[in-house]
Design a protein around this ligand. Structure first.
Ligand SMILES: [Zn+2]
Ligand SMILES: [Zn+2]
Length: 217
């Protein structure tokens, strides 16, 4: 039985940019029929015990990730429950530490800088088209386990570029809504091939590539 998780969401408790209380987030996930959700606040660590309580009260699995701001863009880290802020300037050290801690690194919305949040094409904005193949040579892709393909805030052009990058890099690619309000929770998800009942199983499937990204809305 496959399971659908929204791997990228923000709560107002952990992200100044979000208006969504964590309980509302979990309720929205429940209404939308998701099996689970990862709260990936910016540079913030949730206490797993607090999230376990939410899981038992709602029936929706709730785990945390960290959306780490780094000089090479934002990186989603799953399965790590301690601050990694001191390593964000050193990609090789960060990757090594995440591996030691049993976590997984995902390049968040990998082409956000190039595409921004505009629906207009780069050409329409007087910018040069991008060469995805060339961009795949960025070192962040060799250190991260995978990249995010579907992000609920990305334009379809940005998603297309991420899909192409995943093909070139031979990576599965994840999906998450990047929701900052309840409306967009579950807009994009990651579908896992096997049932998940705890965070370890989620991380194992992320590591093994037993999943695919999906746009739901
Ligand atoms: Zn982000
Ligand atoms: Zn985000």
């Amino acid at each position: 039985m496959s399971m659908e998780f929204d791997l990228h969401t923000h709560s107002s408790q952990g992200s100044a940019c979000s208006r969504m209380l964590v309980w509302d987030l979990v309720q929205a996930a429940c209404k939308k029929g998701l099996d689970g959700v990862c709260i990936t606040d910016h540079d913030f660590c949730w206490d797993p015990r607090e999230l376990a309580k939410l899981y038992s009260e709602s029936g929706v699995q709730v785990y945390s990730g960290i959306e780490l701001s780094t000089p090479v863009g934002e990186i989603l880290v799953y399965g790590v429950h301690q601050s990694l802020l001191h390593l964000r300037g050193d990609l090789p050290k960060l990757a090594l530490r995440v591996k030691e801690l049993g976590g997984v690194m995902v390049v968040a919305h990998p082409f956000r800088i190039e595409f921004g949040l505009s629906m207009l094409s780069r050409e329409e904005r007087g910018m040069k088209a991008i060469d995805v193949e060339e961009m795949c040579k960025r070192s962040v892709f060799s250190y991260a386990d995978t990249l995010e393909i579907y992000n609920g805030r990305s334009s379809w052009r940005e998603i297309k570029a991420a899909q192409k990058a995943a093909e070139i890099l031979n990576k599965k690619g994840t999906g998450g809504s990047d929701a900052h309000s309840t409306l967009s929770v579950g807009a994009c998800v990651t579908v896992f091939d096997y049932p998940i009942v705890n965070e370890t199983q989620l991380i194992t499937q992320l590591r093994n590539g037993s999943y695919h990204a999906k746009k739901r809305l």
